[in-house]
Design a protein around this ligand. Structure first.
Ligand code: GLN
Length: 283
C-alpha cells in the first residue's frame, strides 16, 4: 500500500505538534508549507517516507525541530543550527533591537558579541547595520565553525574569534557589547525539560545562581567600551535587579532593563559615560 503525504501528516499529528510535523515534511520534501498542500495526495517514495518516519520518531522522543532540520529563523536570517549551539530564541531579537537603536546613527560602530553560538546576534546586527564592524567571540570551536558557515552563506563579514568571554579581545574598544550568556541556575529543573535537554549546557547554565557568566561579563566588558558605549545583556526572568546592580557596580550609567514580547524584563544595559583623560579604562 502506498502512503501519500496527507496520510503521513494524519499519523504524525497524533504524535507530535501539527506544525512540527509540517516543518519536518517540508524539510524532507524540500518545499514550503504551501507546497505541502499542493502535494498532499502524491505518493511518497520509500526513501523519503523512511526519512520522514525517522524524524517523526526523533521529534516524538523530544529532539528539537531546529536540530532535526538544521535551521532556525532569527531576525529574518535562516540560520544553520546544530547540537553544538543554543537554538536562537525570539525574545533575543529584543537585544538586537536595543543594540541597533544605539549604533545605527554611527558611521562605523564597533560591536562585540560575547558568546555568539550560531552567530545569531552578531549576524543580525551586521545584516541590519552594514557599516558596523562586528567581532564575535565563542570559546567553542564547534560554535565558531557553525557561526562562520552562517556568515559565509549570508555574505556577512564578521570577525569570529576563539575566546573565553573577553580573554582574547586584546586592546580593542567598542561602541556596543552585547551578550546572551548562559544564565540558568545549575540546579534548575527546566534544564531537564523540552528542548533544553538537547542544547549545550555550557550555553544554558551558569553557576548556582545562574549569574556566573553575567558577573564575569560585568567585570571585563565595561572597560572595553568607548565613551558613550553601551553594554547590553540578556538574562533570566527574575535576574533584572541583580544584573542592574552588577552593571551599576561596574560604573555604568543610565542602567535600565527592557521587557521582551512576553512582558518579562529580559535585557539590561548601561552606558559608559566617559573615558578618563589618559584614555585608560578604570572601571
Ligand atoms: N532563554 C533560554 C531559556 O530559558 C536560555 C538561554 C540562555 O541561557 N541564554 O530557554
Amino acid at each position: 500500500m502506498t502512503t501519500c503525504l496527507d496520510d503521513w501528516l494524519r499519523v504524525a499529528r497524533a504524535r507530535i505538534d501539527v506544525r512540527d510535523a509540517q516543518v519536518l515534511a517540508a524539510h524532507v520534501l524540500d518545499c514550503d508549507r504551501a507546497g505541502l498542500i499542493a502535494r498532499g495526495r502524491d505518493a511518497l517514495d520509500a526513501a523519503r517516507l523512511a526519512q520522514m518516519d525517522g524524524l517523526l520518531e526523533r521529534r516524538a522522543a523530544g529532539e528539537p525541530v531546529a536540530y532535526l532540520v538544521g535551521r532556525r529563523e532569527f531576525y529574518g536570517l535562516d540560520l544553520a543550527v546544530a547540537p553544538g549551539v543554543l537554538i536562537p530564541r525570539p525574545e533575543t531579537e529584543l537585544l538586537v533591537d536595543l543594540a541597533l537603536e544605539r549604533i545605527r546613527h554611527l558611521p562605523a560602530p564597533r560591536v562585540l558579541d560575547a558568546g555568539t553560538g550560531s552567530g545569531a546576534i552578531a549576524l543580525a546586527i551586521k545584516a541590519q547595520c552594514p557599516q558596523a564592524r562586528v567581532m564575535a567571540l565563542d570559546r567553542s570551536e564547534c560554535a565558531l565553525a557553525i557561526a562562520r558557515d552562517n556568515a559565509r552563506r549570508f555574505g556577512l563579514e564578521v570577525d569570529f574569534v576563539a575566546s573565553d568571554w573577553l580573554d582574547a579581545v586584546g586592546a580593542h574598544e567598542f561602541d556596543c557589547i552585547v551578550s546572551n550568556p548562559p544564565y540558568i541556575r545549575a540546579a534548575d529543573p527546566h534544564l531537564g525539560l523540552g528542548d533544553l535537554r538537547f542544547e549545550p549546557v555550557s550555553a544554558l547554565a551558569s553557576g548556582a545562581d545562574g549569574l556566573d557568566a553575567l558577573r564575569s561579563l560585568c567585570t571585563s566588558a565595561p572597560m572595553r567600551l568607548g565613551a558613550g558605549g553601551w553594554m547590553l545583556c540578556e538574562h533570566g526572568y527574575d535576574q533584572a535587579p541583580a544584573v542592574r546592580a552588577l552593571m551599576s557596580g561596574a560604573g555604568l550609567a543610565d542602567v535600565a532593563s527592557w521587557r521582551d514580547i512576553a512582558g518579562i524584563e529580559r535585557v539590561s544595559g548601561g552606558m559608559r559615560r566617559q573615558v578618563p583623560a589618559d584614555g585608560r579604562a578604570r572601571i
